[in-house]
Design a protein around this ligand. Structure first.
Ligand SMILES: [Mn+2]
Length: 315
């Protein structure tokens, strides 16, 4: 049964589908994880933490929930990895076509495959920005191309993939990796210009897939395969805020929260990260959505809203 739960407990007035600019799709899927099980519990832990979070963002001086955040029904298809990917693809594409800013919360990283496929079909010259400890470039793993270890294989074939925070991979992945677009954690720590170089490597249109294990485990430890030496909180925020400001970010997912009873801080970090990303997206002056496909976008919504002004933000 659908309850009246809203994202972060926001008032119904900001949570209806029609008026919401943002859609959140929970995908509680954990079909292929190899080590720490429990990413299927991620969306609920994330939503619970979000319900206990203050909704004014100091840094951007905004309350982004007032843009409207529609909490979609979770995608629970798990009869096979293929069926799950197809269900995510279909739902994501439907919401893109209805001119929503689509965000997803997993679930393990394979939930991003269908989402990235939908964005690739709807937007030209797409960059996928992957923040992750792992390269995830295997063509198949344990018999399936839809394993979490293969999450970025397709995006690497079809988009401009930029990988940030990588510190674990298989030697076989070296041959498919685009080395100019890979930012290894051990190099980032010695390169004060890595953010500039990473942003230069992106096209104008960006989708972000954020595997929480890209963060340092001291920031967020409740993930299936934690790796030392990850991104810290404020450098993460600085980087993604710049990406939102300098590029047209068209959607994002956050994956691999694997909650446990002893570490509530991780759930809160994931909740805060999600809200920060929305706050940056809708920060004054940032461009809104704008796909290269036909939208049923209502003209009157363009009037009077400063965020639709595009003056002077093309660099
Ligand atoms: Mn990972």
């Amino acid at each position: 049964m659908k309850t009246s739960r809203t994202y972060a407990g926001i008032p119904e007035a900001y949570a209806g589908f029609d008026k919401s600019k943002i859609v959140l799709i929970p995908v509680p899927y954990d079909g292929t994880s190899t080590w720490g099980k429990g990413a299927d519990k991620g969306p609920n832990a994330f939503l619970e933490a979000s319900e206990n979070m203050e909704l004014y963002d100091i840094e951007t001086d905004s309350e982004v929930y007032k843009q409207g955040i529609y909490l979609a029904d979770p995608i629970t298809e798990n009869s096979s990895p293929e069926a799950m990917v197809a269900a995510v693809h279909k739902q994501t594409k439907e919401f893109i076509k209805r001119n929503k800013f689509v965000s997803l919360f997993g679930g393990e990283h394979s939930i991003a495959i269908g989402a990235m496929r939908a964005f690739t079909e709807c937007f030209d010259n797409l960059t996928v920005l992957q923040i992750d400890a792992h390269a995830d470039l295997r063509k198949e793993y344990q018999g399936s191309p839809y394993n979490h270890a293969c999450a970025l294989y397709e995006a690497n074939q079809n988009t401009n993939l930029v990988q940030v925070g990588i510190r674990s991979m298989d030697a076989s992945e070296k041959s498919v990796m685009n080395h100019d677009n890979v930012f290894f954690a051990h190099e980032m720590v010695q390169d004060e210009y890595w953010m500039d170089t990473a942003i230069e490597a992106m096209t104008d249109t960006v989708y972000i897939t954020f595997d929480l294990d890209g963060l340092d485990p001291s920031v967020l430890g409740a993930t299936g395969t934690p790796e030392p030496g990850g991104l810290f909180w404020y450098e993460t925020l600085e980087f993604i805020r710049r990406v939102f400001a300098e590029k047209k970010v068209v959607g994002f997912d956050i994956v691999e929260l694997c909650p446990n009873a002893y570490d509530k801080a991780s759930n809160f970090a994931a909740a805060k990260l999600y809200y920060k990303m929305l706050s940056y997206k809708f920060e004054d002056g940032n461009e809104i959505i704008g796909a290269d496909i036909e939208f049923a976008q209502k003209k009157e919504t363009k009037a009077g809203l400063p965020k639709f002004n595009t003056k002077g933000d093309e660099s």
